[in-house]
Design a protein around this ligand. Sequence first.
Ligand code: ZN
Length: 320
Amino acid sequence: MKDRIEEITKHYYTGNHLSSTQLVTDGTGEAVQQVEYAPFGEVVNEYNIDWSSGQVPDFKFNGKELDEESGMYYFEARYQSPPVFISRDPLFEKYPTLSPYSYCANSPLNFIDPTGKIVRISGAAANATFQQLNKSTSLKLKMIDGVVTAKGKAKTDADKLLLLAITDENVIVDINATNSGHTEDGKWFVGGAFEGSEICVDDGKVYTRQTINPNMAKIIDDFYELGEGVTTLHEVLESYIGGVDNPGAGRPLKSANGQVNNPADMQAYENAHSKAQDADPRHKSTIMVLDGSTYPGKIYIKNGWDRKLINTIIKTDPEQ
Ligand SMILES: [Zn+2]
Protein backbone atom coordinates (compact mmCIF):
# COMPACT_ATOMS: atom_id res chain seq x y z
CA MET A 1 0.00 0.00 0.00
CA LYS A 2 2.86 2.35 0.89
CA ASP A 3 4.50 1.67 -2.48
CA ARG A 4 1.33 2.61 -4.31
CA ILE A 5 1.17 5.99 -2.56
CA GLU A 6 4.76 6.82 -3.49
CA GLU A 7 4.02 5.84 -7.04
CA ILE A 8 1.15 8.26 -7.51
CA THR A 9 2.90 11.18 -5.78
CA LYS A 10 5.67 11.09 -8.40
CA HIS A 11 5.25 13.79 -11.01
CA TYR A 12 6.62 14.10 -14.53
CA TYR A 13 7.19 17.54 -16.05
CA THR A 14 6.87 17.89 -19.81
CA GLY A 15 8.35 21.07 -21.29
CA ASN A 16 7.73 23.05 -24.43
CA HIS A 17 10.52 24.29 -26.75
CA LEU A 18 11.54 26.88 -24.13
CA SER A 19 11.69 24.21 -21.39
CA SER A 20 8.68 25.86 -19.78
CA THR A 21 6.48 23.33 -18.03
CA GLN A 22 3.46 22.62 -20.20
CA LEU A 23 2.11 19.38 -18.83
CA VAL A 24 2.53 17.56 -15.52
CA THR A 25 1.54 13.92 -15.24
CA ASP A 26 1.48 11.74 -12.13
CA GLY A 27 2.78 8.20 -11.67
CA THR A 28 -0.34 6.74 -13.24
CA GLY A 29 0.07 8.79 -16.42
CA GLU A 30 -2.84 11.04 -15.51
CA ALA A 31 -2.46 14.70 -16.52
CA VAL A 32 -2.63 16.74 -13.32
CA GLN A 33 -1.59 20.15 -14.61
CA GLN A 34 -1.36 22.04 -17.87
CA VAL A 35 0.04 25.57 -18.24
CA GLU A 36 -0.01 28.12 -21.04
CA TYR A 37 2.20 31.21 -21.17
CA ALA A 38 2.30 34.65 -22.74
CA PRO A 39 5.57 35.33 -24.60
CA PHE A 40 7.37 36.90 -21.62
CA GLY A 41 6.29 34.26 -19.13
CA GLU A 42 3.02 35.34 -17.58
CA VAL A 43 0.83 32.30 -17.00
CA VAL A 44 -2.33 32.85 -19.05
CA ASN A 45 -4.02 29.54 -18.40
CA GLU A 46 -3.72 26.81 -15.78
CA TYR A 47 -5.70 23.62 -16.06
CA ASN A 48 -5.63 22.90 -12.34
CA ILE A 49 -4.95 26.08 -10.46
CA ASP A 50 -4.73 24.55 -6.96
CA TRP A 51 -2.59 21.68 -8.09
CA SER A 52 0.88 22.52 -6.80
CA SER A 53 -0.16 24.11 -3.45
CA GLY A 54 3.36 23.92 -2.10
CA GLN A 55 3.74 20.12 -2.28
CA VAL A 56 6.01 19.76 -5.25
CA PRO A 57 8.48 22.13 -6.88
CA ASP A 58 6.58 24.53 -9.13
CA PHE A 59 8.75 24.64 -12.26
CA LYS A 60 7.16 26.82 -14.87
CA PHE A 61 8.53 29.38 -17.35
CA ASN A 62 11.82 28.21 -18.96
CA GLY A 63 11.78 25.41 -16.38
CA LYS A 64 12.64 27.88 -13.63
CA GLU A 65 11.13 27.47 -10.20
CA LEU A 66 8.38 29.89 -9.35
CA ASP A 67 8.51 31.30 -5.83
CA GLU A 68 4.85 31.21 -4.76
CA GLU A 69 5.22 33.97 -2.19
CA SER A 70 6.87 36.58 -4.37
CA GLY A 71 5.42 35.41 -7.69
CA MET A 72 8.92 35.64 -9.16
CA TYR A 73 11.31 33.33 -10.94
CA TYR A 74 14.99 33.25 -10.11
CA PHE A 75 17.08 33.41 -13.33
CA GLU A 76 20.61 32.89 -11.91
CA ALA A 77 21.71 36.53 -12.15
CA ARG A 78 18.33 38.20 -11.79
CA TYR A 79 14.82 37.80 -10.46
CA GLN A 80 12.04 37.80 -13.00
CA SER A 81 8.46 38.69 -12.24
CA PRO A 82 6.68 38.08 -15.53
CA PRO A 83 6.81 39.88 -17.84
CA VAL A 84 9.82 41.87 -16.58
CA PHE A 85 13.03 41.32 -14.72
CA ILE A 86 13.10 42.86 -11.26
CA SER A 87 16.85 43.27 -11.02
CA ARG A 88 18.62 45.27 -13.68
CA ASP A 89 20.77 43.46 -16.20
CA PRO A 90 24.29 44.22 -14.92
CA LEU A 91 25.32 45.02 -18.50
CA PHE A 92 22.38 47.27 -19.23
CA GLU A 93 24.48 50.41 -19.66
CA LYS A 94 26.07 48.82 -22.72
CA TYR A 95 22.71 48.31 -24.45
CA PRO A 96 21.31 51.83 -24.69
CA THR A 97 18.74 50.79 -27.27
CA LEU A 98 17.32 47.86 -25.28
CA SER A 99 15.32 47.93 -22.10
CA PRO A 100 17.49 46.95 -19.12
CA TYR A 101 14.79 44.44 -18.26
CA SER A 102 15.04 42.54 -21.50
CA TYR A 103 16.27 38.96 -21.63
CA CYS A 104 19.29 38.32 -23.84
CA ALA A 105 18.32 40.62 -26.69
CA ASN A 106 14.64 40.27 -26.03
CA SER A 107 13.50 37.29 -28.07
CA PRO A 108 11.94 34.89 -25.57
CA LEU A 109 9.54 33.43 -28.15
CA ASN A 110 12.19 32.09 -30.48
CA PHE A 111 15.18 31.47 -28.33
CA ILE A 112 16.13 29.71 -25.23
CA ASP A 113 19.81 30.26 -25.14
CA PRO A 114 21.08 26.87 -23.91
CA THR A 115 20.16 25.39 -27.30
CA GLY A 116 20.94 28.44 -29.40
CA LYS A 117 22.77 27.69 -32.65
CA ILE A 118 22.13 30.92 -34.22
CA VAL A 119 22.52 33.54 -36.86
CA ARG A 120 19.46 35.70 -36.56
CA ILE A 121 18.26 38.57 -38.69
CA SER A 122 15.78 41.16 -37.49
CA GLY A 123 14.58 44.54 -38.69
CA ALA A 124 12.60 46.01 -41.58
CA ALA A 125 15.00 44.69 -44.24
CA ALA A 126 15.37 41.17 -42.80
CA ASN A 127 13.96 39.32 -45.83
CA ALA A 128 16.06 41.19 -48.39
CA THR A 129 19.17 40.66 -46.28
CA PHE A 130 18.43 36.95 -45.94
CA GLN A 131 17.90 36.61 -49.72
CA GLN A 132 21.31 38.16 -50.35
CA LEU A 133 22.98 35.89 -47.81
CA ASN A 134 21.35 32.88 -49.45
CA LYS A 135 22.65 33.89 -52.90
CA SER A 136 26.19 34.37 -51.60
CA THR A 137 26.77 30.72 -50.65
CA SER A 138 26.47 27.17 -51.96
CA LEU A 139 24.77 26.25 -48.68
CA LYS A 140 20.98 26.05 -48.77
CA LEU A 141 19.75 28.50 -46.17
CA LYS A 142 16.36 28.84 -44.56
CA MET A 143 15.07 31.56 -42.29
CA ILE A 144 12.27 30.82 -39.85
CA ASP A 145 11.20 33.53 -37.41
CA GLY A 146 14.44 35.35 -38.14
CA VAL A 147 16.65 32.34 -37.37
CA VAL A 148 18.91 31.12 -40.18
CA THR A 149 19.58 27.41 -40.65
CA ALA A 150 21.74 25.71 -43.27
CA LYS A 151 21.83 22.51 -45.30
CA GLY A 152 24.08 21.32 -48.09
CA LYS A 153 27.82 21.23 -48.62
CA ALA A 154 30.18 24.01 -47.63
CA LYS A 155 32.46 24.37 -50.65
CA THR A 156 34.53 27.47 -49.97
CA ASP A 157 36.24 28.86 -46.87
CA ALA A 158 33.47 31.44 -46.70
CA ASP A 159 30.81 28.68 -46.76
CA LYS A 160 32.61 26.84 -43.98
CA LEU A 161 32.85 29.95 -41.84
CA LEU A 162 29.18 30.76 -42.44
CA LEU A 163 28.22 27.22 -41.43
CA LEU A 164 30.29 27.62 -38.28
CA ALA A 165 28.52 30.89 -37.51
CA ILE A 166 25.13 29.18 -37.97
CA THR A 167 26.00 26.19 -35.77
CA ASP A 168 28.22 27.75 -33.07
CA GLU A 169 26.23 27.53 -29.84
CA ASN A 170 28.37 30.05 -28.02
CA VAL A 171 28.32 32.98 -30.40
CA ILE A 172 24.95 34.28 -31.54
CA VAL A 173 25.24 36.56 -34.56
CA ASP A 174 22.62 39.29 -34.41
CA ILE A 175 21.98 41.15 -37.65
CA ASN A 176 20.00 44.37 -37.61
CA ALA A 177 18.73 44.65 -41.20
CA THR A 178 17.68 48.18 -42.01
CA ASN A 179 16.68 50.41 -44.92
CA SER A 180 18.25 53.36 -43.16
CA GLY A 181 21.71 54.78 -43.82
CA HIS A 182 22.31 55.09 -40.09
CA THR A 183 22.62 52.59 -37.26
CA GLU A 184 20.11 52.66 -34.42
CA ASP A 185 22.36 55.04 -32.53
CA GLY A 186 22.54 57.43 -35.47
CA LYS A 187 25.99 56.72 -36.95
CA TRP A 188 26.27 56.60 -40.73
CA PHE A 189 27.73 53.59 -42.48
CA VAL A 190 28.28 52.16 -45.96
CA GLY A 191 26.84 48.66 -46.57
CA GLY A 192 27.28 47.37 -43.05
CA ALA A 193 28.46 48.45 -39.62
CA PHE A 194 30.46 46.39 -37.12
CA GLU A 195 29.04 46.98 -33.65
CA GLY A 196 31.01 44.48 -31.59
CA SER A 197 29.44 42.04 -29.13
CA GLU A 198 28.28 41.52 -25.57
CA ILE A 199 28.58 38.60 -23.21
CA CYS A 200 25.14 37.80 -21.83
CA VAL A 201 25.12 37.37 -18.04
CA ASP A 202 22.19 34.93 -18.14
CA ASP A 203 23.91 32.30 -20.25
CA GLY A 204 27.53 33.36 -20.72
CA LYS A 205 27.08 33.38 -24.50
CA VAL A 206 28.34 36.06 -26.86
CA TYR A 207 25.77 38.14 -28.76
CA THR A 208 27.20 40.09 -31.67
CA ARG A 209 25.68 43.11 -33.37
CA GLN A 210 26.01 44.08 -37.03
CA THR A 211 23.84 46.49 -38.98
CA ILE A 212 23.32 45.75 -42.68
CA ASN A 213 21.48 47.77 -45.31
CA PRO A 214 20.74 45.33 -48.18
CA ASN A 215 20.01 48.17 -50.64
CA MET A 216 23.46 49.62 -50.10
CA ALA A 217 24.99 46.14 -50.06
CA LYS A 218 23.50 45.48 -53.51
CA ILE A 219 24.82 48.78 -54.90
CA ILE A 220 28.30 47.76 -53.68
CA ASP A 221 27.99 44.23 -55.11
CA ASP A 222 26.96 45.65 -58.50
CA PHE A 223 29.38 48.58 -58.59
CA TYR A 224 32.47 46.47 -57.81
CA GLU A 225 31.07 43.37 -59.59
CA LEU A 226 31.56 41.23 -56.50
CA GLY A 227 28.75 38.73 -57.07
CA GLU A 228 25.30 38.60 -55.51
CA GLY A 229 25.22 38.84 -51.73
CA VAL A 230 28.98 39.04 -51.26
CA THR A 231 28.84 42.26 -49.24
CA THR A 232 26.13 40.91 -46.93
CA LEU A 233 28.03 37.64 -46.42
CA HIS A 234 31.16 39.63 -45.54
CA GLU A 235 29.23 41.56 -42.88
CA VAL A 236 27.83 38.36 -41.33
CA LEU A 237 31.26 36.68 -41.25
CA GLU A 238 32.87 39.82 -39.84
CA SER A 239 30.32 39.93 -37.03
CA TYR A 240 30.87 36.27 -36.18
CA ILE A 241 34.68 36.52 -36.16
CA GLY A 242 34.45 39.60 -33.93
CA GLY A 243 32.36 37.60 -31.45
CA VAL A 244 34.76 34.64 -31.49
CA ASP A 245 38.08 36.52 -31.37
CA ASN A 246 37.14 39.54 -29.25
CA PRO A 247 33.98 38.79 -27.26
CA GLY A 248 32.71 41.89 -25.51
CA ALA A 249 34.57 44.32 -27.77
CA GLY A 250 32.60 47.48 -28.41
CA ARG A 251 31.89 49.47 -31.49
CA PRO A 252 34.98 51.08 -33.08
CA LEU A 253 33.98 54.70 -32.63
CA LYS A 254 35.89 57.76 -33.72
CA SER A 255 35.44 61.24 -32.37
CA ALA A 256 34.74 64.21 -34.64
CA ASN A 257 38.47 64.90 -35.23
CA GLY A 258 39.01 61.33 -36.47
CA GLN A 259 40.65 60.11 -33.24
CA VAL A 260 39.90 56.48 -32.34
CA ASN A 261 38.07 56.40 -29.01
CA ASN A 262 39.09 52.90 -27.97
CA PRO A 263 42.03 51.28 -29.85
CA ALA A 264 41.07 47.77 -28.61
CA ASP A 265 37.63 48.08 -30.22
CA MET A 266 39.20 49.29 -33.47
CA GLN A 267 41.64 46.37 -33.44
CA ALA A 268 38.76 43.93 -32.89
CA TYR A 269 37.03 45.39 -35.93
CA GLU A 270 40.15 45.37 -38.12
CA ASN A 271 40.92 41.77 -37.16
CA ALA A 272 37.35 40.66 -37.95
CA HIS A 273 37.29 42.59 -41.22
CA SER A 274 40.58 41.21 -42.51
CA LYS A 275 39.77 37.60 -41.54
CA ALA A 276 36.35 37.88 -43.23
CA GLN A 277 38.17 39.29 -46.27
CA ASP A 278 40.62 36.35 -46.27
CA ALA A 279 37.75 33.85 -46.03
CA ASP A 280 36.01 35.37 -49.05
CA PRO A 281 38.42 36.87 -51.60
CA ARG A 282 35.44 37.86 -53.79
CA HIS A 283 34.82 40.68 -51.34
CA LYS A 284 36.51 44.02 -51.82
CA SER A 285 36.62 46.92 -49.39
CA THR A 286 34.86 49.98 -50.69
CA ILE A 287 36.72 53.21 -51.31
CA MET A 288 34.64 56.04 -49.92
CA VAL A 289 34.62 59.66 -50.96
CA LEU A 290 32.96 62.05 -48.58
CA ASP A 291 31.56 65.30 -49.90
CA GLY A 292 30.91 66.92 -46.57
CA SER A 293 31.45 70.56 -47.48
CA THR A 294 27.78 71.14 -46.80
CA TYR A 295 25.24 69.11 -44.84
CA PRO A 296 23.45 66.97 -45.60
CA GLY A 297 26.71 65.64 -47.03
CA LYS A 298 27.05 62.91 -49.63
CA ILE A 299 29.07 59.70 -49.47
CA TYR A 300 30.19 58.10 -52.71
CA ILE A 301 31.86 54.80 -53.39
CA LYS A 302 34.71 55.02 -55.86
CA ASN A 303 36.26 52.72 -58.45
CA GLY A 304 38.90 54.36 -60.63
CA TRP A 305 37.20 57.44 -62.05
CA ASP A 306 33.74 56.08 -61.40
CA ARG A 307 31.73 57.28 -58.46
CA LYS A 308 28.37 56.24 -57.11
CA LEU A 309 26.29 57.95 -54.46
CA ILE A 310 25.61 55.52 -51.63
CA ASN A 311 24.57 57.41 -48.51
CA THR A 312 23.75 60.85 -47.23
CA ILE A 313 25.08 62.10 -43.92
CA ILE A 314 22.55 63.69 -41.67
CA LYS A 315 24.85 63.91 -38.67
CA THR A 316 28.32 65.37 -38.59
CA ASP A 317 30.00 62.55 -36.66
CA PRO A 318 31.93 60.45 -39.19
CA GLU A 319 31.66 56.72 -38.67
CA GLN A 320 32.66 53.62 -40.55
ZN1 ZN B 1 34.39 44.60 -43.23
